[in-house]
Design a protein around this ligand. Structure first.
Ligand code: ATR
Length: 275
């Protein structure tokens, strides 16, 4: 057998990453001869680590927290969606030896919402909680689905307003405080804050979710996150965490690297059954 093409995920910390498992399952399913491992790379070592990865024959990388913005800076060229999001989760070696940066997070979210969970985005009222890097990656792909309204609420209001202005080329986006969302209702609320990781929640009004509305937390864990629990206790028709998005963004990265799109449903089911 030929030597496998080498791929990896860089992050810091990285020990709980599910990406190696997911990509190995993809490779098995699509019969691609690849190896994929996880490497703990602190931000200060990132630039050298990418160089040595690709110069020693590596074909592609995933980058996760806290390296996505650095990966955006290091790529030789950027896809349009990566350019806009200022964050890169996928680096791919090109035929001419240059490194392309892409961002598949937003596509992964939209695929999980619309295909796996049959949630309609067009003409819906969507609220994003948080205005950091995670929010940046999902705004444009959500806007492509033509929601009725996209609002970004953030603790630091200026960041939400600035984000709305920055993304005005993809449509009308309102940035505001949590206080300002109080008398409004949304069909879909997406938690893109890092608050979930510490079990915290932004201050959300009790009637923020419209009847039959859905909640989606970009974070995931073996147990329901604080935001998934909030959705369940506030009448959400569906209150989901980001495991499906994780698999879908990985499938999109795999497609960029290998030109073949893995089937995700069974892999999501498998990972869900292991929680
Ligand atoms: P990421 O790349 O994961 O988005 P980030 O850029 O540090 O990380 O952004 C974290 C987001 O979570 C921010 O929107 C942050 O709000 P501020 O901009 O006001 O800091 C939000 N966040 C983190 N902890 C929070 C908490 N306890 N309550 C509300 N928002 C929180």
């Amino acid at each position: 057998m030929n030597t496998p093409d080498h791929y990896a995920v860089f992050g810091h910390p990285i020990n709980h990453s599910k990406s190696p498992r997911i990509h190995r399952l993809f490779a098995e399913q699509t019969q691609q001869n690849i190896s994929y491992d996880a490497q703990d790379i602190p931000p200060e070592s990132f630039k050298n680590a990418i160089k040595s990865f690709f110069s020693s024959g590596g074909k592609g990388l995933n980058c996760t927290v806290p390296l996505k913005e650095l990966a955006w800076q290091q790529a030789d060229s950027l896809s349009e969606r990566a350019q806009l999001s200022k964050a890169v989760n996928t680096l791919a070696l090109q035929g001419n030896g240059s490194i392309l940066g892409d961002n598949t997070d937003g596509l992964g979210l939209v695929a999980d919402l619309t295909i796996n969970h049959s949630i309609t985005l067009s003409n819906s009222r969507i609220l994003i909680l948080g205005a950091g890097g995670a929010s940046r990656g999902i705004i444009a792909p959500l806007m492509e689905k033509l929601p009725k309204e996209l609002v970004i609420a953030n603790r630091t209001v200026d960041k939400a307003i600035t984000l709305g202005i920055e993304f005005s080329q993809v449509g009308d986006i309102t940035g505001c405080s949590y206080e300002e969302t109080k008398n409004k209702q949304f069909d879909l609320i997406i938690n893109a804050t890092s608050a979930s990781l510490t079990g915290d929640l932004p201050p959300l009004a009790d009637n923020l979710l419209a009847p039959n509305g859905c909640c989606y937390d970009l974070a995931y864990g073996n147990l329901p996150t604080a935001f998934v629990k909030w959705g369940l206790s506030h009448g959400a028709e569906k209150s989901l965490d980001g495991l499906g998005m994780l698999v879908e963004q990985a499938a999109e990265a795999f497609y960029i690297w290998r030109g073949i799109r893995p089937e995700t449903r069974k892999i999501i089911d498998l990972l869900n059954s292991e929680r």
